[in-house]
Design a protein around this ligand. Sequence first.
Ligand code: JFZ
Length: 444
Amino acid sequence: MRRFTTMLLTLCCAHAACLSQTQAVDPNAIAPKMQWFADAKLGIFIHWGIYAVQGIGESWSFHNREISYPDYMKQLNGFTAEHYNPEAWAELIGQSGARYAVITSKHHDGVALWNTGMTDLSIPKKSAAKRDVLTPFVNAVRGQKLKVGLYFSLLDWSHTDYPGFLKDSSRYDAKKDTVRWKRFQHFFQGQIDEIITRFNPNLYWFDGDWEHSAAEWQADKVRNMILDRNPAAVINGRLQGFGDYDTPEQNFPVTRPKLRWWELCMTTNDSWGYQGKDTHWKTPYEIITIFADAISMGGNLLLDIGPKADGTIPNEQVHILTELGSWTKKHSEAIFGTVAGLPPGHFYGPSTLSKDSTALYLFLPSQSAGTVVVKGLNNQIQSITVVGSNQPVTHTIVGKISWSHVPGLVYINVPPAAQDTYMTVLKITLDKPLSIYRGRGGFE
Ligand code: JFZ
């Protein structure tokens, strides 16, 4: 059994029911395997399940008694996947610029997308589609040379040996009936074992950990099961302290999340799965500015789509991914392989840095032409260009006092013609690795 360095870092996730937890993973020990994740920047999340049939909330709709459990499960009959084209999905994801995709192998409703041997509640055994819809997607994603992530809900509100069921009713108390809870442990760990052996994903995206403790999930054992098979596998932070990175959800973190690596998961409208009535779409501009903000703070964006029950992806989501794709392609050097940019206070907008920090990328936060300013830059500027066109950009140094070590203000003239449809990016080539002034002015 592998041993973990236990750090006394107490974390609490976003959920009200969350138990406070101790982070068991040493960031220095996992840094090498996390490199692809840090460089990936963009992932596409897919919530696909029977909830798309009626376009209702994924799993939560029956849990919260918006629909009866039997009626929820009747959606199995409408889940046809008749137009499902996993290669086209993977191609669209690749075109968006994403470097990885994460799909729901099983949500809280317990309906597995693959042909699990641990229960009959699966798309191949119980739905109209009558086939494993997970394996072809995993293969198609690999065919696009993208990393594969599998979402797996630890909690399973359908399983008769799982305590939780509806919001106000549970089957039993796991602390009292330990024999029954052990049966559930055998079940969910058996499914994880299937995922490990059949799919060997690059990333495990657990969810639903908040209903039980690390000891109850045997989170250390689960982590070891995964790493014994693939020491390079990345595990998200919803494993009661035994994951590798933070997963803020929907809400943009204004200050950096606690763990060294993090990923904001976010919907394109207000729903994870397909809900036809939800037309509250984010615009490509909003998605792109959110993405730039995340990478500026050293995080990734995991942008969600919710395909329909027939396997088609809603047009609005295709549009968002396509627009995002042309923007990420044009600005690829400012995104991939960069690291977090300037700390707050130097520039009114997101920024990134090349890994050697000799190039600073400024993401212009508005469409207006005119000037933008960078404060506290000690370096000499070799050139400023527009990313994507290499158009040169002029600047002036304002307020530099000859006898002071404090750098002047860099006023950059943004040419109106350089404006991108969504977000213009400037590249400042520096004389040497970035050096910034963080003082209070005057002699400090
Ligand atoms: C979780 C899931 O429940 C949700 O359906 C979706 O898959 C998302 C990516 O992850 O999000 C949560 C989890 C818990 C709460 C709310 C959203 N909660 O406790 O209120």
